[in-house]
Design a binder for this molecule. Structure first.
Ligand SMILES: Cc1ncc(COP(=O)(O)O)c(C=O)c1O
Length: 368
């Protein structure tokens, strides 16, 4: 569904939060932000209607959203979201990493979920407007960040099953602690064979809430088996690896080749794309193709696969030590993180935090 007024410049109205947190409250939160627990003082809200396109952009105090009980999102789940971060560099400036890629992915998600596409310039302006009022919430301690959660949902109060004619786009933001404290410990992964995350022709490639809701029972199964995350297989043959509940997967072979699943039912991660680009820059071969679970299991057993890692915005890169299935185990939970995993993670985070040059022009300044 195309928006009608994509060419119009958005003029944001800004309403300051009179009840913004005090300096002392702010300092307490920033000292121990956790993840997704605390939110900044403001949020962005842009309306869309079938007739009016995108309109009424505003920055307003963070707070509850009023919804009619018949709002379509509550019944049919017409919803999409994104996740990206703002990083504070040592000179105090605030930067985001490839926000145009998140905007483009949100547009693809919108098309799949019959929602309006938010133009890239509106997406980026929304981040800048939020930073203009909430910059104090971007922490400066090592490996900390401000996590942006842009989202869009069907607000129209109507119980018929059809795309909503009234939609809102929001951005909220949450200061985030360093993901790993005390070193990168490899995690164990549970191979789900009872549940699939996405089906052929389904919504797997879209960032929509239902994909995460349907993965929760599989995630619970993972916890019950002492694993931190769940790995999903394709739903047609049940033999090709897709992705984790919230991260993409990359295998590293003995000869330095990086292999990652190609499928139209996984979320195209921006972290994965960036990591693979950095590996290619170093001369590594990268294969994007179907990868069977047997290739992983047998490769780890034979030593042909030397490292496996997961990647995504929240943790950047997480080493995977052990794969656990209903009737097998591969790898070693106590193994140290692999050297390529560690050095690619370091290179990417160095770029994000402005500690080394940005050869691909991935960083975008938000506060100037
Ligand atoms: C299902 C899923 N796969 C992969 C990713 C990784 O995407 P990105 O690197 O853009 O954060 C995410 C989000 O973090 C996700 O939710």
């Amino acid at each position: 569904m195309k928006n009608l007024l994509a060419q119009k410049t958005l003029q944001f109205a800004v309403k300051q939060n009179e009840a913004a947190r005090s300096a002392a409250e702010h300092a307490d939160i920033i000292a121990e932000p956790g993840f997704g627990k605390h939110f900044t003082d403001h949020m962005v809200d842009i309306c869309w209607s079938e007739m009016g396109g995108w309109h009424r952009p505003r920055v307003q105090p963070y707070g509850p959203i009023e919804l009619d009980p018949a709002a379509a999102v509550l019944h049919y789940g017409q919803e999409i979201f994104e996740g990206l971060k703002a990083y504070r560099h040592t000179d105090g400036s605030i930067w985001s990493f490839r926000p145009e890629a998140n905007a483009a992915r949100m547009q693809r998600s919108a098309v799949r979920m019959a929602l309006p596409e938010l133009p890239t310039e509106y997406f980026i302006e929304a981040l800048k407007q939020l930073i203009a009022v909430d910059s104090r919430w971007v922490p400066s301690a090592a490996e900390t960040s401000l996590y942006f959660r842009p989202f869009m949902f069907a607000k129209e109060a109507f119980l018929g099953v059809r795309p909503a004619k009234k939609v809102n786009f929001y951005v909220i933001a949450s200061p985030a602690a360093a993901y790993f404290t005390g070193g990168l410990a490899p995690i164990s992964i549970w191979l789900s064979t009872n549940y699939a995350r996405a089906g052929k022709g389904g919504t797997g490639a879209a960032k929509t809430g239902g994909n995460y809701a349907s993965g929760l029972v599989a995630q619970q199964e993972a916890y019950e088996h002492g694993c931190a995350q769940v790995l999903f297989l394709d739903s047609v043959e049940g033999k090709y690896i897709e992705e984790l509940g919230g991260m993409n997967v990359v295998l590293v072979k003995k000869d330095g080749t990086l292999v990652t699943p190609e499928s139209d039912s996984i979320l195209a991660g921006i972290t994965r794309d960036s990591i693979l680009q950095l590996a290619e820059d170093r001369g590594h071969k990268v294969e994007r193709r179907k990868v069977s679970i047997d290739e992983w299991r047998d490769g780890v057993a034979s030593g042909d696969i030397t490292e496996v890692f997961a990647c995504g915005t929240a943790a950047i890169v997480t080493p995977i030590g052990r794969l656990v299935g209903a009737d097998f185990e591969a790898g070693d939970a106590d193994a140290a993180a692999g050297p390529l995993t560690l050095s690619l993670r370091e290179e990417l985070t160095d770029i994000q935090y402005g500690r080394r040059p940005d050869p691909h022009g991935w960083m975008m300044r938000l506060d100037a």
